[in-house]
Design a binder for this molecule. Structure first.
Ligand code: CP
Ligand code: NVA
Length: 319
């Protein structure tokens, strides 16, 4: 099964978007198809206010530029209303339990919740105690919405996932985990290149391998030359994620994996550069690569909007 041959049904079984672990290849294809169609409609200025009257509550326990703007703009374009809730301002930040917060939200007719937080278990609690669809806007473990946008960007570039390879340079944290799952499930080879001791958890590697579509390869290595060889998409992320302490030893271990012109020259000739952003120029990537001809960082950021409109719509629409 290839994405370009897939016939969408317009339905997914999942009620939440907690992690791509829970999503089948077909469900990811449904979301990507929907994103392509919503993007087309937006460019053609066709009406798509399918979520008129619906409210999306957005809880942020960490900073955000792209996630906040894309969800807020996305729900408006779908005809709904965004409610921005910073944990600095709501009682959650003073220790009110998640399970109480979600049941209050339900009583107030909130239709969907997006949350950016630290622990994956907090999302699971929101999903368990409420009947409202919950979307992961980033945890320490996963960033599924970002990866849907990344996959859309790869598809727009190459017209297929089959036979393509993405390499991620960095720590086995939220981006590596979600990229591994997302790429494997759409049938794209994926290599995670991390320094020894900073690789992804074996449980997630095993899950990605078990769900890989059409023999897609999932490789974890610390060999930079092996990793970059034949890569069509080169991806990296900050050395220190939100909530992590700066650590000189970790920085020294990650520095040889910096994506610079020399690294890009070793990838496939048609390779593109991707980054979830925000980026730290001079650390994980050079300014030259960020601004270079192979960079797709801004179309990728734009695709957050289209991918998340698909997620909001597919989870919130009345089936
Ligand atoms: N990529 C991403 O999630 O960006 P923000 O942290 O700005 O939302
Ligand atoms: N790994 C980064 C991603 C930011 C979008 C972080 O968690 O801070």
């Amino acid at each position: 099964m290839r994405f370009e041959d897939y016939k969408p049904t317009g339905r997914i079984k999942n009620k939440h978007m907690l992690t791509l672990m829970d999503y089948s290849s077909e469900e990811i294809f449904e979301l990507l198809h929907c994103a392509v169609e919503l993007k087309r409609k937006q460019y053609a200025r066709e009406r798509h206010d399918y979520l008129a009257g619906k409210t999306l509550a957005m809880i942020f326990e960490k900073s955000s530029t792209r996630t906040r703007i894309s969800f807020e703009q996305g729900i408006r374009q779908l005809g709904g209303y965004p409610m921005f809730l910073s944990s600095r301002d709501i009682q959650l930040g003073r220790g009110e339990p998640i399970r109480d917060t979600v049941r209050v939200m339900e009583r107030m007719n909130i239709d969907e919740i997006m949350i950016r937080t630290f622990k994956q278990s907090d999302l699971e609690e929101l999903a368990e105690y409420g009947h409202i669809p919950v979307i992961n806007g980033l945890t320490d473990d996963f960033h599924p919405c970002q990866v849907l946008a990344d996959l859309l960007t790869v598809y727009e570039e190459f017209g297929t996932f089959t036979g393509k390879k993405l390499v991620f340079f960095g720590e086995g944290f939220n981006m590596a985990n979600s990229l591994m799952l997302g790429c494997a499930k759409v049938g794209m080879d994926v290599t995670i290149c991390s320094p020894a001791g900073l690789g992804p958890k074996q449980k997630i590697v095993d899950a990605a391998r078990a769900a890989a579509l059409g023999g897609a390869k999932v490789v974890v290595t610390d060999d930079i030359n092996e990793a970059i060889s034949g890569a069509n998409a080169v991806y990296t992320d900050v050395f220190f994620s939100m909530g992590q302490e700066k650590d000189p030893a970790k920085e020294a271990a990650l520095m040889p994996m910096q994506v610079n012109a020399e690294m890009m020259a070793k990838a496939a000739p048609d390779a593109i550069f991707l980054h979830c952003l925000p980026a730290h120029r001079g650390e994980e990537v050079t300014d030259e690569v960020m601004e270079g001809a192979q960079s797709r960082i801004f179309p990728e950021a734009e695709n957050r909007l289209h991918a998340q409109k698909a997620v909001m719509y597919m989870l919130m629409k009345d089936n």
